[in-house]
Design a protein around this ligand. Structure first.
Ligand code: ADP
Ligand code: MG
Length: 271
């Protein structure tokens, strides 16, 4: 599939998050929630970076800040060195809750980013159709989202995010609700998509295997107030086969992430 013909490879953007904190004010001082504390990391151009951490540690808050839907209490976010705090439209963002519009067909959902950007409807469809076909949704373009399986809906939502055509893509637990088999298929599909489009991807998950399998680097967060407690390179060559989950490198890395996420169980998980 000559995807480059419809969407030029970009992905040459770097995302830098520097000392970002977010405090949600309560009605009294004691009710303040420190959702995120002093988070810093850089996603290099074309890198696949995962963030893993317990529920409530500020992962979605961090994404909302990067996407300009929320502003940090302190800290900065930049793409290729230019500050983007408080500005929307610089990144593609797949929210935790997939927000396909139920009254629109799959095709009309997928082209919505281009529509907002002012691309004429026929042109937008011309661009989207080969992709929908290449990624297994060709027979479903006129279906409504509720007529699709969970995996297909997520594929449509991912394609829509990609077609928003930004170099940096944020994916917030996109496969969290899928069964194990569908999830495995979706992971392969996402790696193909990443390979085809060469985006810089930041991927939130609570699944350690998924984080390691997909990523160039894994960032581990502490429970609330969410802090980054580790930033670990995944030294496993690509392309990766599902069988690598039993390799020594994989298991060693999984043990270190488990130990970071559950420090009280260290003795049980340390090799
Ligand atoms: N708009 C908000 N107002 C007040 N508290 C919030 C708001 N959004 C998130 N929080 C709180 O911030 C913390 C982090 O939330 P969130 O970023 O959704 O965590 P995660 O995505 O890691 O599960 C939670 O305690 C949550 O209740
Ligand atoms: Mg979340």
């Amino acid at each position: 599939m000559t995807i480059a013909a419809v969407s030029p490879r970009t992905g040459l953007s770097e995302l830098a998050v520097s000392n970002v904190s977010r405090v949600f004010a309560g009605s009294a001082k004691s009710q303040e929630t420190i959702a995120l504390q002093d988070a810093s990391f850089t996603a290099r151009p074309g890198e696949f970076l995962s963030i893993i951490g317990p529920s409530g540690c500020g992962k979605s808050t961090l994404f909302n800040i990067i996407a300009g839907l929320d502003t940090p209490t302190s800290g900065s976010v930049a793409i290729n060195g230019s500050p983007i705090v408080g500005q929307q439209g610089h990144v593609g963002y797949l929210l935790q809750k997939d927000l396909l519009l139920p009254w629109r067909s799959v095709l009309n959902n997928v082209v919505i980013g281009m529509e907002i950007a002012g691309v004429p409807k026929t042109k937008a469809r011309e661009i989207a159709m080969p992709l929908l076909e290449a990624y297994g949704l060709g027979d479903f373009v006129n279906h409504r989202p509720d007529q699709l399986s969970g995996g297909m809906r997520q594929r449509a939502a991912l394609l829509r995010t990609i077609l928003f055509n930004r170099d940096v893509i944020l994916l917030d637990e996109p496969f969290g609700k899928l069964d194990a088999q569908t999830r495995a298929t979706m992971q392969e599909w996402l790696l193909d998509l990443w390979d085809d489009f060469q985006k810089t991807v930041v991927f939130v998950t609570h699944d350690i295997d998924e984080a390691i399998y997909l990523s160039d680097r894994v960032i581990v967060m502490s429970p609330r107030p969410g802090r980054i407690i580790a930033d670990l390179p995944v030294d496993i060559e690509r392309p990766r086969k599902p069988g690598i989950v039993t390799s020594t490198e994989f298991i060693t890395m999984k043990a270190s992430i488990l130990a970071l996420l559950h420090p009280s169980n260290n003795q049980e998980v340390s090799p």
